[in-house]
Every structure is written in C-alpha cells, then in structure tokens.
Design a protein around this ligand. Structure first.
Ligand SMILES: Cc1cc2nc3c(=O)[nH]c(=O)nc-3n(C[C@H](O)[C@H](O)[C@H](O)COP(=O)(O)O)c2cc1C
Length: 469
C-alpha cells in the first residue's frame, strides 16, 4: 500500500472527501481540518490550494475505521484491538524490506539549484506558528554511523526558507543520539525526510522500539516486504512509492531557531517565550511523484488524527514491550487519545499472585515506551477492558483506596513538550503516579459483587419483545 492506495480505499467506503473549492495554505486548510475532525468527519484531500496545482491530505487517521484501513483490516477494530494486532504481527515472522532499483518517487528529481520547497502547498497551521510546516506527517531516515543501522523518526519540520528545514529532534531521542555521533566524528549527518508513503511507515517513524528495523516491522505487520530504493545521493533507503523526499544533510554544529508551533498538547511550545535552536536540514535534492500529495496532520488540542496515531503507535509499542518483558496475565493495554495519546496508560490484568497488579504498573513505566512521558498508570482487574473508561472510573471508585493503592515516583523521563512542567525548568523530568484499581489479590474475603440471577435473566431475554421493547 502507498498513500494513494490508502486514499482510494478510504474514498471507496466514504471515509474521504475531496475539497474542490479554492483554499489558502495560510491557516484555512488547518482550520477546515480541525473543525472537520472535531465533528468526526472524513479524511480530506484539498485539490485546489490557491497558487498550487498539487493536493494536500489531512485527517488521515481521525477514526479507528481509517486506522483499520491503514492496517489493511477489512473490518473496523477498536484502538485497543488494533494495537494488539500490531503487537502480534510485529513479534511474529520478520518480513525483511526489499531493495528495488526504482519507483514512482523518482518521477521528478530537483537537484541543488532547483530545490524549492515552496513548490509544495505547505500549510501554516495556527496564527502564532513560526512559519509553514512541511513536516507534520513525515519521518526522517538516518543511519547510525557506528552500527550502520537505519533509524526512522518523526520530528516536526518547519520550512525556514525554500532550501532549509528546522527539525525538532528532542533531547534523548535516538535521532539526537545518532546526530551526536556525527558531531563527535566532525561530520554532517546525511538525512532524508519522507512525506507521504504507506501509512504504516509513517506510524513506524513514531515507534520507540529499540534495536529493530522499522522497515522490517512494517513488512511484518503488512504481510509483504517494504520496497525501498537506495538513494544515489545520500546512500539512505527511501520508500519507492513515497510522495516527496527531501534529501540533504544536518550539520550538528549549525542549529537554527525553529518554532513556535501549536503542539499536540493543545499548547504552544516554549519558543513562544524564548528562541530555541534546533537541528536544520539543508535540502540539497528533492524527489517527488507527479502531482505529489503533501500529507499533513492537524495538531492542537486532542482529539486530532495525531492523537489517534500517537495513542495507537505508543500503545502498540508499549504492549510489545510488556510482551517481551514476559509479564503474565495482561488482558489489554490502552493509551487514550484524549490523554494526548501519551500521558496516561491503562492496563487490565488477570492477577495470579500478590503484587501482580503492582508489577504491571511498574513494568509499564520501566518499559522503553512507558518510561518516556507517561505520567500516570491505572491498573484494573481482568473483568474490565482497558479502553472501557466508564468501568475504569468505576474501579477507581469502588476498588481503589488512595493511600493503599497509590505510588508517586519522583523522577522519570518527561517530554519537554509537557505544558504542566515549569517553563523555566529544563522540563526533562516528571513525577509519575501509579494507581492500582484492582481488588487486592491476597484478600481472603473479597467484596461480593452483585450479579443478576441467570435463570431470571434467560427468562427475561426470551420474553423481551413481549414487554413491548
Ligand atoms: C505526528 C508526530 C509528530 C512528532 N513530533 C516529534 C517532534 O517534533 N520531535 C520529536 O522528538 N519527536 C516527535 N514525535 C515522536 C517521535 O516520532 C518518537 O518519539 C520516535 O520514536 C522518535 O524516534 P527516535 O527515538 O528514533 O529518534 C512525533 C510523533 C508523531 C506521531
């Protein structure tokens, strides 16, 4: 599947609308997209952007139905079940990516003098944004100079001018660690930013699984190999059917002011008060398909498609981590999109020994995924599905005793984008809360839960229509 295959499939089942009216890249596209998303609307393809002939796609992942399409499912799965499916496939048979000699991405090649990112209808999202953001549904391909391994990472990208992009690689990310290696070697880092591709590849760019090739993971989930071309310019593997690829170098010693940007937390980032310098991609070659589709997410307050994506990918990688840690009894795991897709995690566990639920909560925040940015974990018993928020609140009301069942941890890795942390601190550390909303396993006399009488229930069911319902 490529982006166009995804668009076609969404359109076939009424999950996508083409906007033919003329729209402006300056705020109008993002505002239409936000209102549409808040009303649970379809994905949008803007075909008539003022001054441009190529389209913009937004709202791709706004609903579980469209996420299911991206995953290649015939039916609609819940977010929780989608994450479980990803977890199962990604831990199954590895389907390695396959090199091909060429692909549609090579239809147009703009070499250094002709590079002009303004040829694409790049949106400006919010009034106080620092500029136009070309990379919101993007991933950056780089190579670790020591291990030779390829890394994909999604980092927002602002068009600083028509040949340079600010790239917000946050502290501690693999991307940052790799960039530092190039710095130590006194070299610039070759990089390729991919905009528009198989939706699973974009999802994989946001995965935090260590030591795996995201191209291979996507192959395993998709059931067929990801096809890539080795760029004759950067030597990096790029998806053969990508819409747009920006190729160039990042000089670790040449940071540039980037932002502010209205982020997925619903707040502007800190650059609103101070200038923050970020890595900068000097774009030296642009590859793109004919009529390149510029894919953009909408951002801002939850829930947008970015929160759906974050919730899905983080949940999938958290569940994978827990599986790999061999924690028994896990029934379901859920990171709600309403929690901005990252700050809270809920797990349901079938307890088999004293302290089991506590082990699950601790495992979540000790895992690769959960150790970054999660502020709260709630554990419930097996009778409640992790994504059944109503029942989770019920468990917190009737099974949870705050003094007994709460643990506060003082220091964990935070995302610097968290607006709840003091803007004048470095925002790298957050506290965490673990809430155990299960009935303690070791209690001999457990409270008796009310259940309906089975015999009467069967009788009532059989007479249901008789009652006039
Ligand atoms: C739409 C979207 C935008 C993101 N923006 C950023 C960003 O600007 N900076 C960043 O460091 N991480 C961002 N992330 C999260 C990273 O993609 C994620 O942490 C990923 O694992 C980073 O890869 P790395 O650890 O290999 O560097 C974003 C994720 C998504 C889905």
């Amino acid at each position: 599947m490529d982006l166009r295959g995804f668009i076609d499939r969404c359109e076939e089942i009424g999950e996508l609308k083409r906007i033919k009216a003329e729209v402006d890249w300056n705020l109008e596209i993002s505002h239409i997209s936000k209102i549409n998303e808040e009303g649970g609307g379809p994905a949008l393809v803007f075909e008539n952007v003022k001054g441009y002939s190529s389209p913009v796609l937004t709202g791709a992942f706004g609903t579980p139905r469209r996420l299911s399409i991206a995953m290649g499912m015939k039916e609609t799965y819940s977010m929780c079940d989608l994450s479980k499916t990803w977890m199962k496939y990604s831990l199954g048979k590895v389907i390695p990516a396959r090199e091909v000699s060429t692909g549609p991405v090579m239809e147009n090649i703009d070499t250094v003098d002709s590079v002009n990112m303004e040829k694409f209808p790049v949106p400006k999202f919010y009034p106080l944004d620092g500029g136009r953001y070309i990379g919101t549904a993007v991933f950056l391909v780089i190579r670790d100079p020591e291990s030779g391994k390829i890394n994909l990472g999604t980092y927002r990208m602002q068009m600083l001018d028509n040949k340079r992009c600010g790239v917000q690689i946050l502290p501690g990310k693999r991307g940052e660690r790799i960039l530092k290696k190039y710095q130590k070697m006194g070299k610039k880092m070759p990089a390729a930013a991919v905009i528009g591709c198989d939706p699973l590849l974009f999802m994989a760019g946001a995965l935090q699984q260590e030591g795996v090739s995201q191209y291979d993971v996507v192959g395993s989930v998709r059931g067929e190999p990801t096809e890539f071309i080795i760029s004759d310019f950067t030597g990096l593997p790029i998806p053969a059917t990508a819409e747009i690829v920006l190729e160039g170098e990042i000089d670790p010693n040449n940071l540039q002011a980037e932002g502010p940007f209205g982020e997925y937390t619903g707040y502007y980032t800190d650059e609103i008060n101070k200038e923050i310098k970020k890595p900068c991609l000097e774009v030296q070659r642009v590859l793109h398909r004919n009529n390149a589709h510029l894919w953009a997410t909408s951002v801002g307050r939850p829930v947008t498609d970015i929160h759906m994506l974050l919730a899905f990918t983080r949940n999938a990688s958290l569940w994978t981590d827990l599986e790999q840690m061999r924690i028994p009894g896990i029934q379901s795991v859920y990171i709600p999109p309403e929690a901005a897709g990252r700050f809270w995690a809920i797990a349901s566990v079938k307890q088999s020994y004293p302290g089991h639920s506590n082990q699950v909560a601790n495992a979540i925040i000790a895992s690769t995924t959960g150790s970054y940015g999660i502020k709260g974990v709630i554990v419930v018993d097996e009778d409640i599905k992790a994504d059944d928020i109503g029942r989770v609140l019920w468990a917190m009301s009737v099974r949870y005793d705050p003094l007994r069942d709460t643990e506060i941890l003082k220091r964990g890795r935070s995302t610097p984008l968290d607006p709840a942390l003091d803007p004048d601190s470095n925002k790298l550390i957050t506290s965490r809360i673990l809430i155990d909303a299960t009935t303690p396993y070791e209690w001999e006399n457990k409270p008796k839960e009310i259940a309906l009488d089975e015999e009467t229930l069967a009788k009532v069911r059989s007479r249901w229509q008789e009652y006039g319902f």
